[in-house]
Design a protein around this ligand. Sequence first.
Ligand code: SF4
Ligand code: SF4
Ligand code: SF4
Ligand code: SF4
Ligand code: FES
Length: 728
Amino acid sequence: MIKLTINGNQIQARKGETVLDVCQREDIYIPTLCYQKELEPYGGCRLCLVEVKGWSRPVTACTLPVKDGMVIETNTAFLNKLRRFTLQLILSEHPHGCLICDKQKDCAQYQGCIQKSAIVFGCKFCAQNNNCELQRLVEYLGVKEIPFTFHYRNLGVERFDPFFDRDYNICILCGRCVRVCQDVRGAGILDFHHRGPLTLVGTAFNQTHIEANCQFCGACVDACPTGALKQRYSKWTGPVEKVIETTCALCSIGCAINLNVGNNQILSSIPGRDKICVRGRFGIAPLVHHPKRITSPMLKKDGRFVTISWEEALNFASAKFTEHKGKVGIVFSPQLSGETIDAVYVLARSLAGNNITTSLNLGETFRPINFKKLARGSIFIIINTDMVSDFSPVLLKLKRQLKNEIKFIVIDAIKSKSTALADFWLKPNPAKETDVLKILLAQKKMRNNTGVSDQEIEAAKNQLSGKKIYLLYNRTNVGTLRVPKSVQLIPLSSHINALKISNIGVGCSLEDLLNNKNIDCLYLIGLAPKLNRGYKTIIVQDYFMPTFDFDLFLPAATFVETDGTLINIEGKTKPLQRAIGPLGNSKPDDWIINEIRKTVKIDTKTAKPRYKMKTIRGILKEVTTSKEYPLNLIVRENCYMYRGFPLSQFMKGFERLRQDACVWLNPELAKKMKIDNSGKIMIVGKNFNIKMRALISDVVPEQSLLVFYQPAMGVVTSQPVRIERIKK
Ligand code: SF4
Ligand code: SF4
Ligand code: SF4
Ligand code: SF4
Ligand code: FES
């Protein structure tokens, strides 16, 4: 233990702590700007200066390691004078009219003064107003004037990227965004550019953030002490009234998130104990409050949907279920809460027998992964999965646990962003990825017709010897995998309750259920797959209207409007905590199901259905092209899906980021077919045609097209196709 004296008090500290660490722990306030807890000390702003007895000059507390016997002063007139001067210098490049205006307090209340600063210069017109570290520092240090000429940068606000705005006129160059992007997220998108008074934060070559491969994780926005970086959705929504800790239900990882709530609205979702991704950071509030969300029960009467009461809705549902008993099919989303899934199975027992299924590809059993117990020097094989775009928090967990000792072997015909991580990128012909995996893990030599040379596979194989092997993959993209027991599977997807549902099993596959001609009544809970035929009755329980015809709509509350639990990939039970009440007249999924169950006569004599695991092929399919269909349409699932619909369908930002409404094609093919970026093309297959916008990209192999898995549009499996250019 180290003993030191701070402001006359004896304090104990641990070796390796800085003076700032100790002061923060002991509740001794030292002003800071460039410091942030999870970042390495930077020593840039010089506001945290302290005096050390016997030292000739003040030093920055955030970079000063404690030493036994140190005597420190943190709050002297001299220090505050220096800090004031430093802050004045910082503010000489920051619009400060409102900060030093003597009518500031009245202005905040009445805005009565006609002398107020020009709009672009005023805190009053800044989204950070009243929640600003600079304002707090000005008040603490009592800055009343800025004795330097004000230099306004006169830059336009950057609004061309999705999710957040950037106004570098109010940036104070603290570097927190740059460091969090590099050191915490490992993305390295931001840096300082130019020198002296021209210094600015930005991307390399002034690219847009999308061009610079930004993950849009929002860590920079959350690190910014000013209004320079602000989430666009909640920029002007008012103050945060409470913060609710809950779990993100948008993918299998189930990150801990905090929901900022104000005015019975979700204003934003920010990281809780976990680092989160773009979906969790920017997708939740707009999803919950989407203008197209339906929050009243609706029944089709005389060909038109009319709003009805819950009583009428439940009576209708129970009458139909009773009428069609034994001929009811239930399809549920794996993204429901665990309690809802339990309620679904109980209802299904009396209503649907084995006609219960989900969109989850169950496939092989797997042990839950414990990210805190990863073996050192492990090898991670990534197969057909874009870990950077879809599961960046997993990469951060691996990095935190294993530091730089991680090796990645990527097997993928597509140049996804995972290939940037790869120590070995094995690039086979499309649909040969699992064959490469088999050869890689086999003890004996196997026939190789994958398109990857024996030498390349051998070089990767040499890395595996004596190492613990983990396999990161999206089940939909590879199907059921057969691997040696020693390989730890980490199946990732947008479906959080995979472990729970795998343990119970389902009655049949989704395909079988939708092809079952004996089913007269469909109950779709949080999932609206493409239907092959009509039914006597279709009841939909969801947030948004499906695109097909149906009879009754039961509006469900979202996961932020309900309590419950989820089971994540680590086998952990993660809590869902209600942050706001159900919007409009919507109700929690489990409430709706339980109410229906009360009114439907439960037949306790019905034999317990036998649920099972389904072996799945996934969407990986080797395609034989022909003269008529000369191209290989590769289908991949990205995990920007919630309850069966793509997030991009409802949020433009996701569409721009993932480009999943486009067909991706190789530049050579585009040139040959005279197709421009954004040009419309028709993809024609044997039983399939679809119009899509073209995106020219070298991530796609030659003679191939890439589209994202969209069951609602019938885009579900690889197949041979041709393309036709649609004239403008
Ligand atoms: S960041 Fe915004 S609120 Fe803070 S001092 Fe600057 S203008 Fe005012
Ligand atoms: S959003 Fe994330 S990846 Fe993009 S610049 Fe900010 S911190 Fe970096
Ligand atoms: S944008 Fe914000 S976090 Fe980044 S340097 Fe400027 S003030 Fe600091
Ligand atoms: S990684 Fe998954 S659980 Fe975590 S924030 Fe993103 S979508 Fe949510
Ligand atoms: S907080 Fe210590 S120098 Fe900025």
